[in-house]
Design a protein around this ligand. Structure first.
Ligand SMILES: O=C(O)CCC(=O)C(=O)O
Length: 284
């Protein structure tokens, strides 16, 4: 497979990303890589990774998996070779970027569960402004259930607390949480995420219907969300990869998703750089 993107990132897209903290890049990922991501996601769906969280109750399937590329070769290749890293680099002043983490967001055909408004910041052990998430859908995602971002919120210089994903709590009998408990509330010292849904008109919200081949790229610190809905045509599956520059460092937080280093049995210190572990966090 070729690692060449279908097209270059334009100067306008770079400027938008810096200003808004998000940009939708149309038809940039080659179809072979979208297929590889879809296949990898489906392979893990039938045999989820050790850090998966799943609600499965027939008409509602939500499957979120942590660091899936550690367990699936196809996703590993997508994360390192498909050009998603080149996108992150192009949007971040052509600075070298490392793979730092990835996730699957799989919302089955039928009822689409909400991803509540949140910032990624309080969920991860990552610190730094040079953290970029490339969200790659492998299905058509309509405007109603796509990723939404509050424009410019990466520049607010605030770290909100974690948001409880009530879908896991409301469907307790159908929930399997092997890695990260989305219903756990950390003892937050951080302010709560504003109730954006209650006053959507007060926020500058961006969202795009997307097709396979498109990506939505956002700064790791933006407030983002995906609404609940219905999807009668197909599942709504996405693979999201986070890349970071060499200033990215570790920070322990109370309610973090599992750490890649801990998975590999390696210790880390507060403030240590990801670049100290080049085999685990390779330049991509
Ligand atoms: O796809 C979704 O619904 C959620 C994605 C998300 O929150 C993320 O990629 O950070």
């Amino acid at each position: 497979m070729s690692n060449i993107l279908l097209r270059a990132v334009t100067a306008e897209e770079k400027a938008l990303f810096k200003q808004d903290g998000v940009v939708c890049l149309r038809q940039i990922i080659a179809p072979e890589w979208v297929d590889a991501a879809r296949d990898g996601i489906e392979e893990l769906r039938t045999a989820p990774g050790p850090y998966a969280s799943i609600v499965d109750k027939g008409e509602l399937l939500l499957y979120v998996d942590q660091m899936p590329s550690v367990f699936n070769e196809k996703l590993r290749r997508v994360a390192l070779e498909s050009g998603t890293a080149a996108i992150a680099r192009a949007l971040h002043d052509d600075v070298e970027m490392r793979w730092v983490f990835d996730q699957i967001f799989y919302k089955g055909k039928g009822i689409v569960a909400e991803t509540p408004w949140h910032q990624d910041t309080p969920y991860g052990c990552f610190d730094g402004m040079g953290l970029i998430r490339v969200w790659m859908p492998v299905d058509h995602v309509p405007r109603e259930t796509t990723i939404e971002v509050v424009r410019g919120s990466h520049l607010w210089n605030v770290e909100y607390g974690t948001t409880e994903a009530t879908v896991f709590e409301e469907n307790k009998d159908h929930t399997k949480n092997s890695g990260f408990d989305y219903t756990a509330r950390a003892t937050e010292v951080n302010p709560p995420v504003p109730n954006i849904e209650a006053s959507r008109g007060s926020f500058d919200i961006i969202g795009h219907a997307v097709e396979p081949g498109d990506v939505v790229v956002f700064n790791y610190h933006v407030l983002h969300h995906a609404a609940a809905g219905e999807n009668r045509a197909d599942a709504r599956r996405a693979f999201a990869v986070i890349y970071g520059d060499d200033k990215v460092s570790f920070r322990k937080r109370p309610n973090m998703v599992p750490s890649v280093l801990e998975h590999f049995g390696k210790a880390w210190k507060e403030g240590q750089r990801f670049s100290d572990f080049p085999d685990i966090f390779p330049v991509a």
